[in-house]
Design a protein around this ligand. Sequence first.
Ligand code: AMP
Length: 302
Amino acid sequence: MAILVVGSIAYDSVRTPFGEVTEVLGGSASYFAVAASYFSPVRLVAAVGEDFKPEDHEVLRARGIDLQGLAREKGRTFRWSGEYGYNLNEARTLATHLNVFEHFRPRLPEAYRDADYVFLANIDPDLQHDILSQVKKPRLVALDTMNYWIENKPEALRRALAGVNLLIINDAEARQLTGEVTLVRAAARVFGWGPSTLVVKRGEYGVLMFTPHSRFAAPAYPLETIVDPTGAGDSFAGGFMGYLSGSGDLGDSAIRQAIVMGSVMASFNVEKFSLERLRTLSRSEIDDRYRAFKLLTHFEDL
Ligand code: AMP
């Protein structure tokens, strides 16, 4: 089955304690699509400007991502700049320039409308809602967002959430969105808005999943070197949704496996800047790290 993703394609400028890059390929849809492409066909909807480089287009094309829905608009590609201190769980945004995304309201290509899996990656919630209204009968819709949209477009975000099954956000966003301190209460509040599953990304502490009937926790992989956490959340979501779409299974075990696969993809992504690590993985590297996760969390009954 194929996944439809809408989100940002960006030129990012990022400073971490381990280095700095300027105007490199990033964006929520790029990280998501490349991570998901290892498991499932991916159809992408996004906009780039006249300055979008052919070699960056090639990064997406080389992963087999369907780019029929990628519009080249007049103007400049989305720009984001941010920095991280030694607390790599917290990005400080220095600048956001929406550029071509300011007025982007795409019509979905006909072939995209019957998508079974939809990921509304971090972007303007009006755009997320608009895309979702053009999809016929999806099996699973997941949404990610960030403080920028929670602060600037709270009503639009609540409208978009009404059609969503699964919300994937980080712990600070969960608290900001719901006004609740504990994640258990945040989940209960989110369930009242539409989604029946909340996946909370907790950076180096891993992931927590809540449904009205179950909970699941996965750690993050303990890495020796981390270069840049940008895109960890999106590559988590890409591994997670990609695995679900690839297997076609939405049972509890498949969802748990998908959370670990998401964590695997996020762990690779943070090893280098931009998509440098994510785009060159082999299946055996992915499988080895999945097994390492299993060992990391295995323990016997009393
Ligand atoms: P994350 O997975 O949360 O680290 O996402 C990082 C990516 O989100 C970067 O590549 C940015 O280009 C992108 N980004 C940052 N701010 C926004 C925004 N307001 N809307 C959409 N994408 C964004």
